[in-house]
Design a protein around this ligand. Sequence first.
Ligand SMILES: Nc1ncnc2c1ncn2[C@@H]1O[C@H](COP(=O)(O)OP(=O)(O)OP(=O)(O)O)[C@@H](O)[C@H]1O
Ligand SMILES: Nc1ncnc2c1ncn2[C@@H]1O[C@H](COP(=O)(O)OP(=O)(O)OP(=O)(O)O)[C@@H](O)[C@H]1O
Ligand SMILES: [Mg+2]
Ligand SMILES: [Mg+2]
Lengths: 462, 462
Amino acid sequence: NETFKEKSPADFFYENMDVCGFDNPGRALYTAVRELVENSLDACETAGYLPDIKVKLEEEEKNMFKIVVEDNGPGIPPENIPESFGKVFYSSKYMMKQHRGRFGMGGTMAVMYGQITTQKPVHVVSITKDYITDLKIKIDILNNLPVTEPRNLEEAVELNNTNKHGTIIELWIEGNYKRSRDKIIEYIKQTAMVAPYATIEFIEPDGNRIIYGRVTKEVPSTPKESKPHPKGANFELFNRLCRRRERDKVINFLRKEFQALGKKTSLKILEMAKVDPNKRVKELSEGEKRRIVKGLRNFEGIKPPDASSLAPIGVETFVMGIKRVLEPEFVTATQRPPKAYEGHPFIVEVALAWGGKIPVNEEIKLYRFANRIPLLYDEWNDVSTRVIKKINWKRYDVKTNSPLAVFVHICSTSVPYKTLGKEYIANKPEIRREIHLGILKVCKELQNFLHKKEAKERKMKA
Amino acid sequence: NETFKEKSPADFFYENMDVCGFDNPGRALYTAVRELVENSLDACETAGYLPDIKVKLEEEEKNMFKIVVEDNGPGIPPENIPESFGKVFYSSKYMMKQHRGRFGMGGTMAVMYGQITTQKPVHVVSITKDYITDLKIKIDILNNLPVTEPRNLEEAVELNNTNKHGTIIELWIEGNYKRSRDKIIEYIKQTAMVAPYATIEFIEPDGNRIIYGRVTKEVPSTPKESKPHPKGANFELFNRLCRRRERDKVINFLRKEFQALGKKTSLKILEMAKVDPNKRVKELSEGEKRRIVKGLRNFEGIKPPDASSLAPIGVETFVMGIKRVLEPEFVTATQRPPKAYEGHPFIVEVALAWGGKIPVNEEIKLYRFANRIPLLYDEWNDVSTRVIKKINWKRYDVKTNSPLAVFVHICSTSVPYKTLGKEYIANKPEIRREIHLGILKVCKELQNFLHKKEAKERKMKA
Ligand SMILES: Nc1ncnc2c1ncn2[C@@H]1O[C@H](COP(=O)(O)OP(=O)(O)OP(=O)(O)O)[C@@H](O)[C@H]1O
Ligand SMILES: Nc1ncnc2c1ncn2[C@@H]1O[C@H](COP(=O)(O)OP(=O)(O)OP(=O)(O)O)[C@@H](O)[C@H]1O
Ligand SMILES: [Mg+2]
Ligand SMILES: [Mg+2]
């Protein structure tokens, strides 16, 4: 009597586009631009190139837009292109390393929204070192599979005899530029703020050009893939790792599969779990596994995760980016040491800018970033907002109507987004603590600046 | 060089449990209870039974809980049990009808969290009219498939020779009752508030029993599945419907596949789209389809969706539920007429209670419900909060520190949740408008009550 059904991931998100950031045509235009720009920046940074990104919006018909995003990245290998844009939960970023992308669905959802509102496929031209691919892609939503034009991928590929490389995406979607213009422009501006090594050009539908040229040639360091940290252990992770090293002795298994586990610590954990260190992994009983997992999670004194899987903005780069875009009178930034929440390494960077061209606000203006992505929506529930609200600004001699802006960047191998549209970040106590300590530091520096400034002004009046 | 991978839906959510409401052990306990209780209530209401729900929490070890949820619902057919709890995106509620459930993942995610934190399977005993099934289920996360114990489902099933029916779920998870106790108790209380026809019993880990016995025997009306409304038309929907009736004439196809389309309106839409009404669906060109979809979406004067797919609480039932739980001095409720957003029918119900046992609050206390689910988290970004914030309460003679509570219930075939944890609702203008109008009405009624009360008090003093 009940109609039990299963759904493909594409069909599921087709029915639930609000949870992916495609709420309405205005918001969809913003999200589509965001997802494509983040893919381009990820690609360039992973390859170590200084990004040149061009975004163009054209209103082809009333409320029907063509979005063009072009980058000088490494391109996409031909065989991976159809699924990269025509399959939900397909990604090259499913690993413990910092990228903007993480879900394996952003590009595909933009294609889906375009397809259901305009009937048009996405047009991808991607140039790698070896190949040039020119392909149109739609999604078979019921089956979560790409449908390409031409049908046969080989007809879309030729050898690359140039030394060019990069990707051009052309996407048609129903949109509302009036509604989303301010947010899109702000997104481009804030993206440039935390990526001063990138040149980003945005051409509006009326032809107006907004350019942020790079102000540094220093490419950000490329993060390395890291092993899981013991504090993130759970039974699923443990069982998967066990299957990879069944014949190893458990003492060697622990040290090879987890980071931050030296010989001494591993022996202690096994001793507390009452497990013989020389036992083979495949011979561990369920009870022994349970005690080991518990031990990994609860053992006090494991080193914090190493931060080589992270790529923070850096204090100097952060200051440079804020100066370029907001031209404040005073700006300071701080980087907290690497920490972890639930086994995931993270670094918090906090900056504060005052005066100059920063407008006077009744409320403290908060800029939020996660893995260098500007977060422009749903700030009220965000972990950073919770911290800002609890700061007693008067203690630092900050008046209520101040030309003040605060910037919080959280980078992690696993940013704890609460939504698939990457709108805001969960209230993790470890992260909240680091934001709080970062803000206290930049507040003190602001206080010193305001005192010096006030002393100077009194001197000049005297 | 790039490691392109695909993930199963189970594996994806295993890596992203924050987006499903499993942020930490305290929150996980709340979400698991919520998901199981909502499944039980859905099952009873769909079958037309007065729900008897029993929830029991036992702390078997420090921070390891056994959750038992028992209902007198229709049970689950044996062949559907493994996937109902062992497969993400599997549901009997994927249709245009109001239920609490909608995503096809709540029960499965609770099982997953339990499995990765305790290694234990869920234990399901389900009794339908014909069968009794007793089964333990785990999830093969990498493949999104159930793994049952016993392996062979038939060994778990016997004939039902009793006239009992219902389902018992036993689930073991890592939890933190100290952290989530207040929220769980509030959730049970608010569930009872909008389901006064249900008897709900909650037994805490220390043995304390909280019972809400039913105060009415009136079962809520069972919603009927409805056809899509033209305003929700997009190319994917249209193409799927076309495939079902390829040989029909397009004029008949429109009237059969969409609701609210009479012969006159359908002819007008086809005329504006320049399509011959007698043309067969499979002969429509891409251009013709495009113009028809546009016409369906934009045509002014299509009747609003019919509300038979909805089951609002009802003004009297809402008042009864609020009275029973909060014992106010004054309570009023109103039901807005059925409307639609993006083709999805919805009804807004607003209630307001004042005085009696309602505590004085500095801020207006807002209770939010969607399809009878109490929403207890992330209220700041919710559409209802936005409306409440803009109300000028002084206009209705409401003082700042008032014993006042406002209740908003939104029911729809497609509640526009922003999160898969069903935390808050998107800011849809059509819904916002109805909430606003509902609040204005109950505010005026409150104002009348306060005037009468004040007049009475002045008389008594004189
Ligand atoms: N401009 C590009 N250059 C190179 N590779 C790209 C580009 N755009 C997309 N890709 C590839 O396509 C894959 C899928 O992109 P998609 O945006 O759907 O997911 P993602 O970026 O991995 O994760 P998220 O959903 O969080 O954005 C990416 O992982 C990347 O490998
Ligand atoms: N107590 C129950 N009685 C009867 N059927 C049940 C019960 N619990 C679960 N089910 C069945 O199992 C299916 C899957 O449940 P699950 O919670 O995973 O998804 P859902 O309720 O359909 O959607 P959502 O994820 O929004 O809760 C349900 O659709 C329902 O058919
Ligand atoms: Mg992406
Ligand atoms: Mg459910």
